[in-house]
Write a protein that binds this ligand. Structure first.
Ligand SMILES: N[C@@H](CCC(=O)N[C@@H](CS)C(=O)NCC(=O)O)C(=O)O
Length: 212
């Protein structure tokens, strides 16, 4: 098995944190994303969506999508569990991970790509074209993030982690959402103390500290 990675990429870091929590060591191939290596062979055939991360199995199968890679690793190595130990836990963790990913991580990612000049011509991940950057998308991404943070602050008022008392994939997704938001100039608002406390807690985990 090999993980195709780019050290600075938040989605690749999500998988590396997941692996570190499970103490998994998988050989890593660094793809030079800034040079557009993912559009070249052999990477293009391995992952036609031209993004990292992706996981190559020993039989040549390639699995893209950070959450799908994590799902595969969780099933091979169930302990410690990061995606739930029974149907109830699995559903709740999946629910929080989806809420964070759909309502926060993706809007913020689109916000960054529509605001930062470094993403001109690269507005959609895994593409190079002349799509224009829309400031309105950047702004709406920030609006969506702030709505989500209000909801997460309420959720975190009586639990240490997003899906309750146990660290899970939802916390990993949430942590990188906050990092991306910071890059768009939106820090955690002062009136979201539970989010701030949770973020510091997650940031202090060795798996997270060592993933950069
Ligand atoms: N939904 C995919 C997104 C993967 C993605 O967007 N990866 C970024 C790095 S964080 C990438 O490879 N971008 C290539 C580009 O900028 O064109 C996942 O969760 O793995």
């Amino acid at each position: 098995m090999k993980l195709y990675d780019f050290a600075l990429a938040p989605n690749a870091r999500r998988v590396r944190v997941f692996m570190a929590e499970k103490r998994l060591e998988i050989p890593v191939v660094e793809v030079k994303v800034r040079d557009g290596a993912m559009f070249e062979e052999p990477y293009r055939s391995m992952n036609p969506f031209a993004v990292v991360p992706f996981l190559e199995l020993d039989d040549g199968t390639c699995i893209g999508e950070s959450v799908s890679i994590c799902r595969y690793l969780e099933e091979l190595h169930p302990a410690p569990s990061l995606m739930g130990r029974d149907p109830r836990e699995r559903a709740l963790i999946d629910m929080w991970n989806r809420r964070v990913e759909l309502d926060g991580y993706l809007p913020v990612m689109h916000s960054l790509r529509n605001a930062d000049p470094a993403f001109r011509g690269r507005v959609v991940p895994g593409t190079r074209n002349d799509l224009v950057q829309f400031p309105e998308i950047a702004e709406r991404g920030r609006d969506m993030l702030l709505i989500l943070l209000e909801r997460l602050d309420a959720q975190l008022s009586d639990g240490r982690f997003l899906a309750g008392g146990t660290f899970s994939i939802a916390d990993i997704t949430g942590y990188f959402m906050i990092l991306l938001a910071d890059r768009t100039g939106v820090p955690i608002p002062d009136d979201r103390p539970n989010v701030a406390r949770w973020y510091e807690d997650v940031a202090g985990r060795p798996s997270v500290r060592d993933s950069s």
